[in-house]
Design a protein around this ligand. Structure first.
Ligand SMILES: C[S@@+](CC[C@H](N)C(=O)[O-])C[C@H]1O[C@@H](n2cnc3c(N)ncnc32)[C@H](O)[C@@H]1O
Ligand SMILES: [Zn+2]
Ligand SMILES: [Zn+2]
Length: 254
């Protein structure tokens, strides 16, 4: 708190009368810039969407406070606009991400170091992200896998994937029908029994980014990952004595 007080004292301007018309310009911001993609965060806002507001409502050199900063995109927008951000968040993960987004680094050193680390872990980690391109058959890199919850119908006991019964034009419907007995259902009516992979999004060096149904290859790979994880869990991880790690009796470490 003392440091914050000192920081504000150092950068504050004398209080002066303030008035602004509401901002009425168009704001366009994509969620795919390198800055945006450098680290994910829930409800993350692209800095390009914040910058026009900061520029409109504040002057260069002003302090900009975001007490719910998340990944710090207000800070990025403020720095780009010549303002001085103060970022606060309840979550230590958020302040860590925000701090690192807003602290200048030597770009050359950062690149060299990132490459060194990636090269070091690549041999060990590559297989975790491996799939096969459905179009040309080449080895491809998994970007992400979409998993769906599996539910049980309370009337007939049929198990089904939410993805199969509730997806409609990219959105998940609140109401759906049991594929077996046709009862009208909501998620809260059903017991969740499992979750299963349904789609794989990947990059092929020839065909670029694609999304396809999960293949046998993917299912086998996921099984292998779980097998190996189970082995590490059983043989190498510390016991549950501090209560931090799930106990073996829980049987659901993942
Ligand atoms: C909607 S997110 C902000 C995302 C941010 N706009 C970005 O681009 O990453 C809201 C943030 O508020 C934080 N938060 C919630 N309650 C809080 C509190 N009482 N004090 C400080 N931060 C809080 C959460 O941890 C979360 O990171
Ligand atoms: Zn391909
Ligand atoms: Zn049913």
């Amino acid at each position: 708190m003392e440091r914050l007080r000192g920081f504000v004292e150092e950068h504050r301007k004398p209080i002066a009368p303030y008035s602004r018309e509401p901002y009425i310009g168009d704001v366009k911001a994509g969620k795919n810039s390198p800055i945006y993609n450098a680290h994910s965060y829930h409800t993350k806002v692209p800095p390009e969407g914040i910058e026009p507001f900061i520029k409109h409502y504040t002057e260069e050199g002003d302090l900009v406070l975001d007490p719910f900063c998340g990944s710090g995109m207000t800070g990025v927008a403020a720095l780009r606009s010549g303002r001085i951000p103060i970022l606060i968040d309840l979550s230590p993960a958020a302040t860590f991400i925000a701090y690192n987004y807003c602290t200048p680094v030597d770009a050359g050193k950062f690149e060299t170091e990132s490459k060194r680390i990636l090269d070091k872990v690549r041999k060990e980690m590559d297989w975790l992200y491996e799939t096969r391109c459905r179009r040309c058959g080449s080895k491809a890199v998994v970007e992400y896998i979409i998993w769906s919850d599996e539910f049980e119908c309370p009337r007939c006991g049929e198990r089904f994937l939410l993805w199969d019964v509730a997806l409609d034009d990219g959105k998940v419907n609140r109401n759906f029908t049991c594929p077996q007995c046709k009862k009208e259902l909501k998620k809260q009516d059903c017991k969740r029994t499992d979750s299963k992979p349904v789609k794989v999004n990947y990059t092929c060096s020839r065909c670029k980014r694609r999304e396809d149904d999960v293949s046998e290859f993917d299912l086998e790979r996921i099984k292998e990952i779980e097998r190996r994880w189970r082995r590490i869990y059983d043989e190498k991880l510390p016991s549950d004595s501090d209560g931090f790690w799930p106990t073996k009796e829980d049987e659901k470490p993942l």
